[in-house]
Design a protein around this ligand. Structure first.
Ligand code: 2AM
Length: 202
């Protein structure tokens, strides 16, 4: 199964960003981009790729442990940018150092669980808003549009393991479907989830 760990923005933050994105979607060329859905918005912490189901219990146990070691931290969706001419994204502000440390732990947890991790790129927290399918759209106006955005702050309190179901081959315009497998509270040192951190208990 294809898995990644993530921080999910709360409903209020998603609503604000959706209002901002509605503006971006009126810009010339917007209809040629493939926009992510608000239900899918997330900040990836670590991408695991295909994980053998046998590794899942160990991965969950180690992610639970990682979550316990990190206290909750503040975050807001703010600013944005692009990856070359491929992706427009919204950025994060506030607890970026804490988020980076959590991302490192989320990677290490998987490595220790035996998940074959590819070489990790330097961590760059981003929330993908749109992908450029045709490579013909100039993404700079979209970046200019999101640059000034500064959403409400919230306290990140959970590390979430997400499964990505890829679209069926050949179905144009379909997006991956994301499913929460499990979530663990940050900084929860009372061991409440220790014996039942598996996906069936999420
Ligand atoms: P993206 O939004 O920049 O595409 C599910 O696919 C999540 O995992 C997305 O947030 C995606 O980032 C991220 N992801 C997919 N492949 C990845 C890879 N090879 N390395 C890092 N993150 C990846």
């Amino acid at each position: 199964m294809r898995l990644f760990s993530a921080v999910l923005p709360p409903e209020g933050a998603v609503r604000e960003l959706a209002a901002e994105v509605a503006g971006l979607r009126t810009l010339p060329g917007a209809d040629r981009l493939r926009w992510t859905g608000r239900a899918d918005w997330h900040f990836t912490l670590a991408f695991y790729g295909e994980v053998h189901p046998e590794l899942l219990p160990e991965l969950c146990e180690r992610l639970a442990r990682a979550a316990r070691r990190h206290p909750p931290y503040p975050l807001r969706i703010a600013g944005g940018g692009r990856f070359a001419d491929r992706v427009v994204w919204a950025g994060a502000e506030g607890g970026r150092p804490a988020m980076g440390r959590l991302a490192d732990s989320a990677s290490a947890a998987a490595r220790r669980a035996g998940v074959p991790m590819k070489e990790q790129r330097p961590y760059a927290p981003h929330l993908t808003l749109a992908r450029n399918r045709t490579a013909g759209v100039d993404l700079r106006p979209f970046v200019a549009g999101i640059e000034g955005f500064r959403g409400q702050e919230w306290t990140v309190g959970e590390l979430v393991l997400v499964r990505s179901h890829l679209p069926v081959d050949g179905v144009a315009g379909q997006r991956p479907r994301y499913e929460t497998v499990a979530a663990w509270p940050l900084g929860n040192r009372d061991g409440r989830l220790r014996s039942k951190g598996g996906p069936q208990d999420s």
